[in-house]
Design a protein around this ligand. Structure first.
Ligand code: FES
Ligand code: FES
Length: 160
């Protein structure tokens, strides 16, 4: 079957099998390997992308279901050659170690800040509660999101 969608502001049309998952479409058909594939069972959250602006686990969505919709992946987070503040936050606050969970964390964090520009630690932890990080213990991830929050707001210190 043929499927068309917008991925990171680019129209794409591809011939696919109806059973193809969105995560595999992005990685294997479009070559957007920034979206990681961790479990295939909706547990790890490393596959999170946006579907019409909403974070979704792309291993739970058929590529065909994304037809006619807008998808954004971690490759589409930076704008005009400038990293998104959440990406900067993860750099500044060491929000990653191996980096496997990072693409999903970044997409969820950006979506959170778009809805709630000043989230508490508890709100950040709730937002990423569907995602697993085996390395960081989450503290630096929370701190990274807070860093992005305060820098976007133009305020000072990160307290999380
Ligand atoms: S690969 Fe999608 S939740 Fe783990
Ligand atoms: S940084 Fe390794 S899984 Fe999160």
């Amino acid at each position: 079957m043929q499927v068309s969608m917008t991925v990171n502001d680019v129209e794409v049309t591809e011939e696919i099998e109806g059973r193809l998952l969105l995560v595999h479409f992005l990685r294997d058909v479009l070559g957007l390997t920034g979206t990681h594939w961790g479990c295939d069972t909706s547990n790890c959250g490393t596959c999170v992308v946006w579907l019409d602006g909403e974070p979704v686990k792309s291993c739970t969505v058929l590529a065909a279901m994304a037809g006619g919709h807008e998808v954004r992946t971690v490759e589409g987070l930076a704008k005009n050659g400038k990293l998104d503040p959440v990406q900067e936050g993860f750099i500044q606050c060491h929000g990653l170690q191996c980096g496997f969970c990072t693409p999903g964390m970044l997409m969820t964090a950006r979506a959170l800040l778009d809805r709630n520009p000043d989230p508490t630690e508890a709100e950040i932890r709730e937002a990423i509660s569907g995602q697993i990080c085996r390395c960081t213990g989450y503290a630096t991830i929370v701190r990274s999101v807070r860093w992005a929050s305060v820098h976007e707001a133009g305020t000072e210190e990160v307290t999380a």
